[in-house]
Write a protein that binds this ligand. Structure first.
Ligand code: DQA
Length: 140
């Protein structure tokens, strides 16, 4: 399978911000681990990160016809971006929503996702392993 991991706003700061919440590994380090995790099972994975909402939308549009599945951690966009929601709904590639933290055990505004309804499923609360569980969902 050909898979794509998209990270949204502030996820490029992983390993440098709120380490108690998101861990000490950088996004590049996590991505390398994910690449190995997929390769071991015979799947390929590409990565995209942007702090810009429109760029995340374009990455979703561009995935149509190229990928079998998308793992998306939209960061704070999750809670308010109707643009990203509509972009997910615009494509036929299944998207699994991911969060490293347990958003339901945090501030009130994080409990609402405007993306979940248009996603195939959601994985949250397992740190970097949330990405692995979401990737695995495509081949299990
Ligand atoms: C996050 C949770 C969001 O609420 C937050 O804005 C993030 C990261 C997570 O991975 O736990 O940036 O998506």
């Amino acid at each position: 399978m050909k898979l794509l991991v998209i990270n949204g706003v502030n996820l490029g700061m992983t390993g440098r911000r709120e380490k108690g919440v998101y861990g000490v590994q950088t996004l590049d380090e996590i991505n390398e681990e994910l690449r190995f995790f997929c390769a071991e099972k015979g799947h390929s994975v590409d990565f995209f990160q942007s702090d810009l909402e429109g760029e995340v939308c374009r990455a979703l549009h561009g995935a149509e016809g190229k990928y079998d599945g998308i793992v998306l951690n939209a960061g704070a966009f999750t809670h308010y971006s109707y643009g990203i929601r509509d972009a997910i709904a615009s494509i036929t590639v299944p998207v699994v929503e991911v969060h490293m933290s347990n958003v339901h055990a945090r501030e009130e505004f994080r409990k609402k996702s405007v993306l979940t309804e248009v996603c195939r499923g959601e994985v949250l609360g397992f740190g970097k392993n949330s990405y692995k569980l979401a990737l695995e969902s495509f081949w299990l």
